[in-house]
Design a protein around this ligand. Structure first.
Ligand code: FES
Length: 175
């Protein structure tokens, strides 16, 4: 064998594998990133979760005994439990509840559909809802007669075991 051949045979094999240093740095880097994600992601989730959630669904609120509701609208107050992100509150609500001639109960929102003042029943002795701010008038069913562009909103209503329960506000279904 010539010298040249011997040199050729002893030339170090060129390795394509990564060095030990590279291997360690990739492994440690990956493990660190994994652990950082494990700590950070739950924190982000914890911080934004209440914002991502929808406002808590309103549930039915027990408002008044069926027997107390008459053909004349009456004002009833009740509280709703509301969770909006981090903010929890129990705001007071008002509903005007009436029994119609067929014996069906309905509940109207007191918020005037003109600019949001609070209406009152029969304040002008004309059997209508009247708004004190700019004089909107509504029928007993909440139909807008003047000034306001829309009928009064209505609450979802159900009767259970002699009690009237109110749910979310919706557009008036009676007019
Ligand atoms: S807010 Fe009721 S009439 Fe204007």
């Amino acid at each position: 064998m010539s010298n040249h051949d011997q040199e050729k045979n002893h030339r170090p094999v060129k390795r394509n594998e990564m060095s030990r240093r590279q291997f360690l740095s990739y492994t440690l880097g990956g493990a660190t990133a994994f652990m950082a994600a494990g700590v950070t992601l739950p924190m982000i989730r914890f911080a934004v979760d209440p914002i991502l959630k929808k406002k808590s669904e309103s549930t039915w609120v027990k408002v008044v005994e069926e027997a107390k509701v008459t053909n004349e609208p009456q004002e009833f107050k009740f509280n709703i439990h509301q969770i909006d992100g981090w903010y929890v509150s129990d705001p007071e609500q008002t509903a005007w509840i009436t029994k119609d001639e067929q014996g069906n109960y309905f509940a109207l929102s007191p918020v005037c559909k003109h600019l949001g003042c609070t209406i009152g029943w029969n304040t002008e002795k004309n059997n209508e809802y009247v708004c004190p701010c700019h004089g909107a008038h509504y029928t007993m069913d909440g139909k807008n007669l003047s000034v306001a562009p829309k009928p009064l909103d209505e609450y979802d209503l159900k009767v259970e075991s002699g009690w009237i329960y109110l749910g979310p506000i919706k557009a008036n279904t009676r007019v």
